[in-house]
Design a protein around this ligand. Structure first.
Ligand SMILES: N[C@@H](CCC(=O)N[C@@H](CS)C(=O)NCC(=O)O)C(=O)O
Length: 205
């Protein structure tokens, strides 16, 4: 299996899931500004949207969209327990993947991270992040993870919390979310992924 990724992008959630599963995978760094894979391949031939993550399965199928890729990895390695096989527990992880992908990633952090976003859009996104982090903070009070044990939804939320620091969203206003972030960073899969991707990010800067 092959993962097309950019350092510290949302694709890091899949790296974490692969490490959790102990899966064998090849990682291909993509420069999404130049639309080029590190081996010189034109990235738009792999994903015409020019976005990471993309996963190539062992059968050669290309899969896009982070929540779908994460579910594919979780289902491919069921022993890792990254999503329930069915039932309400699976639906709840899917709800969180959808919430993180739309309400946090696309709706808020894409705007805050993009230097060309208009100031009005950024002000709106800052109001939205306060409301959504307050929701998460209340939900996580007394809970260890988003649903049951560590799941692919936690891997995705970890990436969002990593971005929060880069755009001056102060997590200390949310004690349960801060404690949750600390628990995630202490996991070996997360510490390894963060260490590797920070190094790659700095090397490219
Ligand atoms: N809907 C896509 C969004 C992916 C996305 O936003 N990827 C970002 C990195 S976190 C990216 O590749 N940005 C480069 C670009 O849009 O040109 C998904 O869920 O996979």
């Amino acid at each position: 299996m092959d993962l097309y990724f950019s350092p510290l992008a949302c694709s890091m959630a899949t790296r974490i899931a692969l490490y959790e599963a102990g899966a064998d995978a090849r990682f291909h760094k993509v420069d999404t500004k130049a639309n080029r894979v590190e081996d010189g391949t034109e990235f738009l031939t792999i994903n015409p949207m020019g976005q990471v993550p993309v996963l190539r399965t062992d059968d050669g199928e290309l899969i896009t969209e982070n929540p779908v890729i994460l579910q594919y990895v979780a289902d491919r390695f069921p022993a890792a327990g990254l999503i329930a096989p069915d039932g309400i527990e699976r639906l709840r992880v899917q709800s969180w993947l959808s919430f993180i992908g739309s309400e946090l990633h696309a709706g808020v952090f894409r705007v805050l991270l993009r230097s060309t976003a208009p100031e009005g859009a950024k002000a709106f996104a800052r109001e939205a992040v306060a409301e959504r982090f307050a929701h998460l903070d209340a939900y996580l009070t007394g809970r260890e993870f988003l649903q049951g044990g560590f799941s692919v939804a936690d891997a995705y939320l970890l990436v969002i919390l990593t971005w929060a620091g880069a755009v001056n969203v102060d997590l200390s206003a949310y004690p349960a979310l801060t404690a949750y972030h600390g628990r995630l960073k202490a996991r070996p899969s997360v510490a390894r992924a963060l260490g590797e991707e920070f190094t790659l990010y700095k090397a490219a800067a």
